[in-house]
Design a protein around this ligand. Structure first.
Ligand SMILES: Nc1ncnc2c1ncn2[C@@H]1O[C@H](COP(=O)(O)OP(=O)(O)OP(=O)(O)O)[C@@H](O)[C@H]1O
Ligand code: SF4
Ligand SMILES: [Mg+2]
Length: 317
């Protein structure tokens, strides 16, 4: 069976800055995938590209995005709207940004539901733990951050999308609300059979909630596979450094401590492995040859040495 989402060799530039440098990602129906990586690694760009929601100044230079086999980047505007409406949902870091400030919450929900003819507004709000009597007649700015994010989630999930792209949906919320909102997202998705691509800094939370993990570095997915395998026995030196900097046993909400050294700033294709300047295992070819994917155990890793480093990359908790 074809995966629900296929991203192949995606290259995206913002002017001279290269945000994605050949990113690959596969998500099967019903899977929850956490996409992790340092700031600037390309997570948001990848997430936006899935729905062709990239900012105006972004240019797709190469690659392909398919959702249920449809070539997202080639669709005509009407087809794109249909695809977004019928198969995709999005939640972003700032909930207010996904809501219409001029429209009461109930009306916004009715607009989404009208097309699908499903449950009524009160039921949708109840699913995200909100009381319709209080919330339906409110404008977005009258809600707290946590309530507004729940409304954004209700809107994104109202039509039971096949794929929800969640870009740090809880980063602006305090720790207690954050866990509750995540509970809501993952429970709704599990109930509806919705796949999740969750873009996040929060490695321990991803480890707890996601089936699979994709690790981004320098605009590429450098390692992907089942969460326990990727985080427990990394195949890529960057994953090992990342996992060591934010052990899975850390309390909820801990953000990644930076890996020593600086992330790359690309202005074109990386000539070799983008992690080479920071990698303790680098060899000569690493600076000049782009690594191709290697299968190691249950993981795929973009590292010349992935096979001979098997078992060497310890996660220091
Ligand atoms: N609108 C934009 N204009 C110019 N450059 C951008 C824009 N958005 C992102 N970039 C650049 O593209 C690269 C990837 O950014 P992106 O936002 O996708 O990373 P991210 O992993 O989501 O980071 P963060 O964890 O901080 O959200 C970065 O170098 C960033 O500076
Ligand atoms: S390809 Fe080379 S530099 Fe890159 S992670 Fe592997 S060993 Fe390190
Ligand atoms: Mg981002």
């Amino acid at each position: 069976m074809n995966p629900l989402l296929e991203v192949d060799g995606l290259v995206v530039d913002y002017g001279r800055a290269r945000a994605l440098d050949g990113a690959d990602l596969r998500v099967a129906a019903g899977q929850t995938v956490g996409v992790v990586g340092e700031s600037g690694s390309g997570k948001s760009t990848l997430g936006a590209a899935i729905g062709r929601l990239l900012p105006r100044q972004a240019r797709v230079e190469a690659g392909e995005v398919r959702v249920a086999g449809e070539r997202v980047l080639a669709l005509r505007p009407a087809e794109l709207r249909r695809l977004r409406r019928s198969r995709l949902g999005f939640v972003f870091q700032d909930p207010i940004a996904s809501l219409d400030p001029t429209m009461r919450v109930g009306r916004q929900l009715r607009l989404v539901l009208g097309r699908t003819g499903r449950d009524d507004v009160a039921a949708q709000l109840a699913r995200v733990g909100l009381d319709a009597d209080r919330v339906a007649s409110a404008y977005p700015h009258q809600l707290s951050g946590g309530m507004a994010q729940r409304v954004a989630i209700a809107l994104a999930m109202a039509a039971s999308p096949e794929l929800l792209v969640a870009d740090e949906p809880t980063a602006s919320l305090d720790a207690q609300v954050r866990e509750k909102v995540l509970d809501v997202v993952f429970a709704l998705a599990a109930g509806a059979g919705t796949s999740i691509v969750w873009l996040s800094h929060d490695l321990p939370a991803v480890a707890r909630r996601c089936d699979r993990v994709a690790v981004m570095y320098g605009g590429r997915v450098v390692e992907s596979g089942p969460a326990a395998a990727v985080l427990g026995a990394p195949a890529h030196p960057y994953t090992a450094a990342l996992a060591a900097s934010a052990p899975a046993a850390a309390p909820p909400g801990v953000r990644l401590r930076p890996v020593p050294g600086r992330p790359p700033v690309l202005t074109g294709p990386s000539p070799g492995c983008a992690f080479e300047p920071r990698c303790p295992f680098a060899e000569e070819r690493c600076a000049v040859e782009r690594p191709a994917p290697v299968r190691v155990g249950e993981q795929d890793a973009l590292c010349h040495r992935a096979a001979d480093l098997t078992g060497e990359l310890e996660v220091v908790a």
